[in-house]
Design a protein. Structure first.
Length: 584
């Protein structure tokens, strides 16, 4: 894996249109949708600005797990590089060792690859460039473009000004080059405490853009770094590091989210000064911003996600109710569904909220064509077929997928005792109810027609057992057999599997839990997780981690990648079969 920069690097559905400069898919898939980013790249390629190269990057901080918003950025950056025959770098912005962890780094790598993108041979770290970044900082000092500020953080913040009022020059702004170099080197050598000084660029304290009011570019941190050890006591800040890292790696298009739009003048200023001095090559990368993903019924703030984990509201970063990629994967979302969702939300400058239902719809569309079918009873009530011969069973079968007969069929037994969904029986039926009722008939899918003869209740008045009879002449698939209106799924007691099934739902009960001034945690959905003991058909004993199944009539489920074992099956519901979510 390369760790040094290469000199050259080889809420609406968008109607996909051919992209003029992009390489079209060879597999018959739809061409990528055009957007303003691709139009910029097309114009650059037409003018040969970067010699026809397209090099993008995804630069996460290794201080948390990736979430669905990051997935969109990954799909944009890696997808554009793929479509234009370029490359996308995975670069860790590891400039704050106080908050970073190798655990996060490894998770980020895993999630990028899980989504279907490769960073191999294009893996980089901002820490690779610490020596160069430091030398560039000294260069800015030597040119009178940077100074060491010894104000407190509070004074710096107050003197920075507001949108209506210009900033006030620091009393240390007039330090000489010699003084600044000496102090900065003392900072580097660990001779000053955290927070005692910062290094600031000297730009314009009266600029209408607050980001140009002498931004800090280095801070003191007496913290060991997981890659550079204790070599450094000063670490560069993001805006300074990011622009230079892009230029060193010869990134052509630095695509980021819209909150960095106001930072672009600083990005350009840093690079222009270094290009002008011959320290970096031209042309410089172009920063391009698009609107970040805002998804309903969730929070995507890294601080709030961390709070949910640390306070035990959720069971870790990979809790299936979290919109982290680890959580979505564990819940049962497929990489293809997330890529489809990212494509449909598009890349634009317009802020928009995307409904959680759109993400779930993308999952259904993907899994409907791929997921193996199975029968599962989540709220079981026992049925005893009294005229079924004792100690005998009959083998039944069903297609693994209704539209793919090439797959091996599922097989399961039908016997005297079985389980059906409690909601598939109604003692006093409502109008239009065509499932099992007293004295009524219903078909067992892939089996026989049964008739409810009588019921038995427990001490609390709940139905404990349904006693039925079956018609031996009505085996499913028998030519000329009679039919009834209703059909229900079932699992036989003789070969059914007991399993824990976790019914996950939205973590919050309102669309925007961040709205208003109250605590977002007051909007937690008390029904975001319900655990039931279910019966599953025997084919699911071979269920594989990360493989999705459609439980007929119930939704899409997958084995829990942490807790499910051959001796204790645990399945998670990723989504129901239909839209129409309501809180509670």
């Amino acid at each position: 894996m390369s760790t040094a920069p290469p000199a050259e690097a080889t809420h609406k559905t968008v109607q996909a249109k051919p992209v003029s400069g992009a390489k079209q898919p060879a597999n018959g898939a739809a061409a990528p949708a055009s957007n303003f980013i691709r139009q910029i790249i097309d114009a650059d390629n037409a003018s040969a600005k970067h010699g026809g190269k397209v090099i993008t990057r995804f630069p996460p901080e290794p201080n948390g797990y990736l979430h669905i918003g990051h997935a969109k950025s990954i799909c944009v950056n890696f997808g554009i590089a793929r479509d234009y025959g370029g490359v996308c770098h995975l670069r860790f912005d590891d400039t704050n060792p106080a908050k970073e962890d190798v655990e996060y780094e490894e998770s980020i790598k895993e999630m990028v690859e899980w989504l279907g993108f490769s960073y191999r041979d294009h893996l980089f770290y901002a820490s690779n460039y610490f020596d160069q970044l430091y030398l560039f900082a000294e260069h800015f000092i030597e040119r009178g473009l940077a100074y060491v500020d010894s104000q407190s953080a509070e004074l710096m913040r107050a003197n920075r000004g507001t949108f209506e009022k210009p900033g006030i020059d620091s009393p240390f702004r007039s330090r000489t080059v010699v003084e600044n170099l000496a102090l900065f080197r003392e900072m580097r050598d660990g001779k000053h405490a955290d927070g005692a000084h910062v290094l600031r660029l000297k730009i314009d304290m009266a600029s209408p853009n607050i980001n140009l009011r002498d931004p800090a570019i280095y801070r003191i941190r007496h913290v060991a770094h997981h890659r550079t050890g204790s070599k450094w006591c000063v670490y560069p800040l993001y805006d300074y590091t990011h622009s230079i890292s892009d230029a060193i790696e010869r990134i052509t298009h630095s695509i980021c989210t819209l909150e960095f739009e106001a930072h672009r003048p600083l990005y350009d200023w840093v690079l222009a000064k270094l290009v002008e001095a011959g320290k970096l090559p031209a042309p410089s990368p172009q920063q391009i911003e698009f609107a970040r993903l805002n998804l309903s019924y969730t929070v995507l703030s890294k601080r709030k996600l961390l709070e949910l984990v640390d306070t035990g509201i959720v069971n870790g970063w990979d809790d299936p109710r979290m919109m982290t990629l680890a959580g979505l994967r564990r819940r049962g979302f497929s990489p293809a569904s997330i890529r489809l969702f990212a494509e449909r939300t598009g890349a634009s400058k317009a802020h928009q909220w995307v409904d959680m239902a759109d993400l779930e719809r993308a999952l259904r569309e993907d899994l409907d064509t791929t997921a193996t079918r199975a029968m599962a009873v989540l709220d079981p009530v026992k049925v005893v077929i009294e005229n079924w011969p004792a100690d005998t069973t009959e083998l039944c079968s069903a297609p693994a997928h209704p539209h793919d007969e090439s797959r091996p069929r599922r097989e399961f037994k039908l016997g005297r005792e079985l389980y059906i969904e409690r909601e598939d029986f109604m003692e006093v039926p409502s109008k239009g109810f065509f499932r099992l009722v007293p004295g009524g008939e219903v078909r067992l899918r892939y089996g026989y027609i049964i008739k409810c003869e009588r019921i038995e209740k427990d001490a609390d008045g709940n139905i404990a057992t349904i006693f039925a009879s079956y018609d031996p002449a009505t085996k499913s698939g028998t030519p000329g057999g009679r039919n009834v209106k209703g059909a229900i799924h079932w699992v036989a007691a003789v070969d059914g599997l007991r399993a824990e099934v976790r019914l996950y739902d939205r973590l919050f009960s309102i669309e925007n839990p961040d709205a208003g001034e109250g605590d977002y945690k007051t909007h937690l959905n008390p029904n975001s997780l319900r655990v039931v003991q279910a019966w599953l058909e025997p084919s699911l004993v071979a269920a594989q981690i990360d493989q999705s199944y459609q439980f007929e009539r119930m939704g899409y489920f997958t084995p829990d990648r942490v807790d499910s074992t051959p001796s204790k099956l645990v399945f998670n519901r990723a989504a129901t079969l239909k839209d129409g979510w309501k809180p509670g």
